[in-house]
Design a protein around this ligand. Structure first.
Ligand SMILES: NC(=O)c1ccc[n+]([C@@H]2O[C@H](COP(=O)([O-])OP(=O)(O)OC[C@H]3O[C@@H](n4cnc5c(N)ncnc54)[C@H](O)[C@@H]3O)[C@@H](O)[C@H]2O)c1
Length: 438
């Protein structure tokens, strides 16, 4: 009995389980106390889990590989994307030059822009944009709907060339010397900053070569840093006094490396070298234009270039100066043709170099005749000794630009000259302008 009593006490103790630990009543849990929830059970049966895992693996592999494939498929050109969208779209891909380094490359986010939202307009820098060619290029880019930032130190450029754009919210002007670095966020860089006429580039030759080397380095460095496309305006002067006529892009030139023009000729050749090395070595998207003689409104008065010289002299009633015998030839391109070519090159898929010029060839004497016809039939000619290293012949072969850029000039000298003459007449009438270019 005693024992029985003891037993019954211990059983009561075991039965004293706290209410909170008592599992809730469930017929299932009574039946299979350790079984998993029904959905988990379903997944684990018939290798369903395996199928799910394989599906996830295939899906994620596709999304990892797809951007690299699309980047590789566009080997020549980097897909462009507006500066504003960059932070969202930047991806790192293997560089196409096989040097083992990785470069930030902008993924082609264009396809992800939702329907109904227009493409973002491009932001573009034009160095030397207050100069003759630069200001016409800026006009075209603004007319195309882009945002344009001009960088210029006003050495040969003038505010008057861009004053009509002041107040336009898509235009900005920065007084800056490209010899110093600058940091901006843009999609494209047109690099024009450099004095172009002999009078100006010979004025301070060391500064000219510094502008060509340091200035180009700074702009290429900027392009590399921000992933912008870079276009260099080189020159037909890289052919020097050519032994090949007309000049093709494959011709390496005949340049005096120690002459008075070398600061410009060799400066531009070095700028081309830098451009190609940034392209090959760092994957920067580049374009190279070799510009032949160009004329049009807004050229500097009295800058020593033959067309502006003849026109200004004929308007002022002075004799037109011909250096040498006047039999040396040049080809003359109207500025709007050049600007069309520069934009076609920038927007196209080819690095270049491309000759951009008008293949129509004129001797200096023939040019003087056209100027006489256009301005004053009684204008006279004065001969002076030729300058050092003046090329005897210059005529572009533009087959490459015709084929690959679908570009060719279409304004003849007789059409273009009167447009320039109107601008020069107005400026020469203005006393201040007639004396300088500031
Ligand atoms: N016009 C032509 O016939 C011709 C021919 C061949 C090549 N190019 C090239 O085209 C480009 C433009 O020529 P352009 O005829 O308009 O000459 P330009 O002298 O009218 O324009 C050059 C511009 O660059 C600016 N500039 C010069 N040095 C600078 C510097 N260190 N920092 C910032 N700005 C600077 C000048 O102030 C000017 O606005 C030049 O690179 C030139 O070499 C022109």
């Amino acid at each position: 009995m005693k024992q029985l009593h003891k037993q019954s006490t211990s059983t009561r103790k075991e039965e004293e389980i706290p209410i909170s630990q008592t599992p809730p009543y469930s017929p299932k849990s009574l039946k299979h106390p350790r079984s998993l929830p029904r959905s988990l059970n379903y997944i684990l049966k018939e290798q369903r889990l395996l199928f799910i895992l394989v599906g996830i693996l295939i899906g994620s592999t596709f999304f990892i590989i797809q951007p690299s494939l699309s980047a590789l498929s566009s080997s020549d050109s980097r897909p462009r994307i507006s500066a504003q969208n960059r932070e969202l779209a930047v991806t790192t891909v293997r560089n196409p030059f096989g040097d083992g380094r990785n470069y930030n490359k902008y993924s082609n986010g264009v396809g992800r822009v939702p329907v109904g939202i227009g493409a973002k307009r491009k932001r573009i820098v034009v160095t030397g944009g207050a100069g003759f060619v630069g200001s016409h290029l800026v006009d075209k880019l603004i007319a195309m709907g882009d945002d344009v930032i001009v960088i210029d130190n006003f050495f040969t450029g003038r505010k008057e060339n861009v004053v009509h754009l002041f107040g336009n919210p898509r235009f900005e002007l920065i007084r800056h010397d490209v010899v110093e670095p600058i940091l901006l966020e843009v999609d494209q860089i047109y690099h024009l900053a450099c004095p172009a006429s002999p009078v100006h580039y010979k004025y301070n030759p060391v500064k000219t070569i510094k502008t060509n080397v340091m200035g180009t380095l700074n702009m290429l460095g900027l392009a590399k840093r921000i992933g912008a496309r870079f276009l260099l305006t080189s020159t037909s002067e890289v052919y020097g006094d050519p032994l090949e006529h007309p000049q093709k892009e494959t011709y390496w030139g005949h340049v005096n490396p120690i002459g008075v023009r070398s600061c410009y000729d060799e400066g531009k050749r070095t700028a081309e070298t830098l451009t190609m090395d940034y392209h090959r070595g760092d994957g920067v998207e580049v374009r190279i234009a070799r510009i032949f003689n160009t004329y049009g409104p807004r050229m500097c008065l009295d800058d020593g270039r033959v067309v502006s010289n003849f026109v200004a002299q004929a308007i002022r009633g002075q004799p037109m100066t011909i250096y040498g015998d006047g039999k040396q030839t040049r080809s003359f391109q109207y500025v709007s043709d050049l600007v069309d070519g520069l934009v076609a090159l920038m927007e196209g898929e080819h690095v270049g170099p491309f000759n951009l010029g008008n293949p129509g060839e004129f001797t200096m004497l023939q040019l003087a005749e056209v100027v006489k016809e256009t301005i004053d039939p009684s204008a006279t000619i004065e001969f002076k000794p030729n300058t050092a290293d003046d090329p005897h012949k210059r005529k572009p072969d533009i087959t490459k630009a015709k084929e690959l850029l679908n570009w060719e000039p279409n304004i003849s000298l007789k059409e273009g000259l009167p447009r320039m003459v109107n601008d020069f007449r107005n400026r020469i009438l203005n006393e201040d302008e007639g004396k300088g270019n500031k």
